[in-house]
Ligand binder design. Structure first.
Ligand code: ATP
Ligand code: 3PG
Length: 330
């Protein structure tokens, strides 16, 4: 912080004890201090409503020393913890710049004027993806949902495709079989779900091959090249593209291609790209050529998933509530 701000920022090894409070009281105008990690305070880890956290020791001890509260941590917005929802109940509060950027970029997902909207959902967090897809379908937010990773396998099975014994065993081992009825329900309700027409698989002896989805014999590790072509054409025509979770097992160089090519198509398209989740972000490789007016790289993990699943984020609710309860009533 000191380096980036070009000024001395003192680290105070305390959160709300006498030392921290004394140090805050003695701050000079323009001075910045950094308190210790708030998660060292045990009550911070309790999930509770804002009104309860407003009475926490953390809020009661620190808030009299503060003039206002700024929350700039979108990545923790899904947590109803004291430092996130408690202070807004007693202080004038606002969102910081990063939070503002996240919320306005993600708001594009709900903007009916920006279409077609294409969601590219892959990875291994299948339950999270199902919840996102249910919300997208229910609210008719997506024009197309392109599936990859384990979520594609689930939808392929739900559609009646036989993916072979080995892939079924993997789904079973990961506890995903029970989600098949939910995937089937989404398909039956007319959800705009696209399933790979081919997969890249690993066969006995480590041999890599491409197989059509209805004739899979190897272990699925990526989407196939025909699918990449089809998905890329949808991505190129999209106005808003949301990408979360890789198409394949990208930790293995042989199965990175599907995700990499779709990411390239998204970067080349004229659409606005929202990208989330550690694995897809890692594929950007810190590229300095990314046009930030066209690409939003979300800082959120769990927060982004819940936002996409249509759930209200406690941090944002607390800021709303703060405006109604603290600012308007003053
Ligand atoms: N077909 C597949 N079979 C098994 N694993 C897969 C398959 N496709 C992708 N994966 C795995 O999914 C994992 C990534 O999924 P995950 O849902 O964690 O993505 P993420 O968006 O990066 O989330 P986070 O940021 O929380 O890590 C990778 O480890 C990858 O190997
Ligand atoms: O609150 C946190 O620990 C981080 O923001 C990450 O949370 P997540 O792993 O749920 O995204």
């Amino acid at each position: 912080m000191s380096k980036n701000l070009d000024m001395n920022v003192e680290f105070v090894e305390d959160v709300m004890g006498p030392y921290a409070r004394e140090r805050i009281k003695n701050m000079k105008s323009g001075e910045i201090i950094l308190l210790d990690n708030v998660r060292f305070v045990s009550e911070e880890l309790i999930e509770a409503p804002p009104i309860q956290h407003a009475k926490s020791y953390l809020v009661k001890r620190l808030s009299p020393l503060f003039d206002g509260y700024v929350n700039d941590a979108f990545a923790t917005a899904h947590r109803s913890q004291a430092s996130i929802v408690g202070f807004p109940m007693v202080l004038k509060s606002t969102a910081g710049r990063v939070m503002e950027k996240e919320v306005s970029a993600l708001a594009k997902i709900f903007n009916a004027d920006e279409f077609p909207k294409v969601f590219v959902l892959g990875g291994g967090k299948v339950l999270d993806s199902i919840r996102i897809i249910e919300n997208l379908v229910k609210r008719r937010l997506a024009d197309r949902i392109l599936t990859g990773g384990l979520i594609a396998e689930l939808f392929a099975v739900a559609k009646g495709l036989d993916l072979g014994k080995e892939n079924m065993q993997i789904l079973e081992k990961k506890g995903l079989i029970s989600l098949i009825p939910r995937a089937r329900k989404i398909l039956l309700s007319g959800g705009p779900i696209e399933i790979p027409v081919d997969f890249k698989v690993e066969k006995e002896g480590g041999k890599v091959a491409e197989e059509p989805s209805n004739k899979v014999t190897g272990v699925i590790k990526d989407i196939g090249s025909t699918t990449v072509g089809i998905y890329s054409s949808f991505i190129k025509d999209a106005k808003v593209i949301v990408m979360r979770g890789p198409m394949g097992v990208i930790e293995d160089e042989r199965f990175r291609e599907g995700s990499k090519k779709l990411l390239d198509s998204a970067l080349e398209s004229q659409g606005y790209l929202i990208i989330g989740g550690g694995h897809m972000i890692s594929m950007l490789g810190g590229s300095s050529e990314i046009n930030s007016s066209k690409v939003h790289v979300s800082t959120g993990g769990g927060a982004l998933l819940l936002f996409l699943a249509g759930e209200r984020l406690p941090a944002l609710e607390a800021l709303d509530l703060s405006y109604k309860e603290v600012v308007k009533k003053k």
